[in-house]
Design a protein around this ligand. Structure first.
Ligand code: PHB
Length: 386
């Protein structure tokens, strides 16, 4: 991409903490399951992954990695690369080098799935969660989640998990990442604490919004102290249904959560929050998601969450069913500082250039999202515009 000289809202520079972006087309985190197995639960980034992320890098463009387990027991899913062994750090270093070689930026999304895993992925140990409420339906290994309900975390386990996020952030910097995004969305561990239908704790980590948000705020602080708040972002999804989270009052609860984030001291205040639009769902299409939202939340949008964050100088990335057409007014109307694209970035390695020049987009193939045979298929074989 050449230097930017136009007035397209997507192609204006943006400072997100320490990250200097030259445009606002961000690659959203997307699980792709192409890492190499080293041992049970330990998957390592490989040369194909470096090629994939390198293909999607652009000068001053920000990529967010796939959700990346912070420890051996944070997920255990096949093909999902972690950031907890020296081999994984070395594998990610080749990824970050490939992105930096094109002048791009890349941050690592730090992940703990909480109750969204099963003992067969955890050397037989139970999954940990805020409360002992299983997800309905089957896990990736085919077993019913309800046959192995999660074990509520003890307070020492909560503290050690917060420390694991900070240690993982440090390893991400060693691997050459420009920063991290703490994954507190989409029904995974931190989001399980936030959502009141799955957090029924009666201690300091449950009950009030401030209590449910405590682990998230502690994680932000620990990670910010480890690598600097100007390299830390956070992902939230108030209207998430995925993994059976469904809050009783997403609007008022996440406004309060955002106010708590905005009130953090400068030395731990994150540089951006990345939010998923209410219309987006992992399973339902947009109209089904909108019509399934509780009465009174008709046509909700993210503006009520952005406002307190913006007042505190915290950047805002929006994600969920964006195209060039709806992303431009989102930014021009100050609904977000940047927009993250998942599915379109999967199928269009040169998405920023295509959006800049109005070139046609390649349609994505959902059947190859989560691994394929061969691994290149639907991964590194989408062509750039000729
Ligand atoms: C997935 O692997 O399907 C997945 C992972 C992380 C998310 C959402 C979905 O945030």
């Amino acid at each position: 991409m050449g230097s930017i000289t136009n007035s397209d809202p997507l192609f204006q520079p943006l400072q997100l903490g320490a990250l200097s972006l030259s445009h606002r087309v961000v690659q959203a985190p997307c699980t792709r399951m192409r890492a190499t197995k080293e041992s049970d639960g330990v998957y390592v980034p490989n040369a194909l992954m470096a090629e994939y992320y390198g293909q999607r890098a652009s000068s001053g463009g920000l990529l967010i990695t796939e959700a990346t387990p912070i420890s051996r027991y944070a997920a255990g899913y096949p093909g999902v690369p972690g950031i907890f062994t020296p081999s994984q750090i070395a594998g990610w270093k080749a990824v970050t080098d490939a992105v930096h070689a094109k002048g791009g930026l890349i941050i690592c999304q730090l992940w703990h799935v909480g109750r969204a895993t099963v003992p067969s992925f955890l050397d037989g140990q139970p999954a940990l969660a805020p409360s002992s409420i299983p997800i309905s339906g089957a896990a990736l290994d085919g077993s019913e989640y309800s046959s192995n309900p999660p074990r509520p975390m003890t307070i020492p386990e909560i503290h050690s998990t917060v420390a694991e996020y900070a240690a993982a952030a440090q390893r991400a910097r060693e691997a050459g990442f420009d920063g991290v995004e703490i994954h507190a969305a989409n029904g995974y561990l931190l989001d399980q604490f936030l959502h009141d239908n799955v957090n029924t704790r009666t201690d300091a980590y449950g009950g009030s919004v401030a209590n449910r948000a405590r682990i998230v705020l502690e994680t932000i602080s620990a990670v910010s102290k480890a690598i600097g708040p100007d390299r830390v972002g956070l992902r939230l999804s108030p209207y998430n249904y995925f993994q059976d989270t469904r809050d009783s009052a997403p609007q008022s609860h996440w406004v309060e959560i955002c106010a708590l984030i905005a009130a953090l001291d400068d030395e731990v205040k994150p540089s951006f929050v990345h939010m998923v639009e209410p219309r987006f769902d992992e399973v339902l299409d947009e109209s089904a998601k909108m019509s399934s939202l509780p009465p009174g939340s008709a046509k909700p949008n993210l503006d009520i969450f952005r406002a307190p964050l913006k007042d505190a100088g915290i950047g805002f990335i929006a994600a969920g069913n964006f195209t060039g057409e709806n992303a431009r007014p989102k930014i021009a109307g100050d609904g977000a500082d940047a927009v993250a694209f998942g599915r379109w970035f999967i199928a269009n390695p040169d998405l920023p250039r295509k959006l800049l020049e109005g070139l046609p987009l390649t349609k994505y193939d959902r059947t190859t999202f989560y691994g394929a045979e061969p691994a290149e298929k639907g991964y590194t074989d989408y062509p750039a515009y000729a």
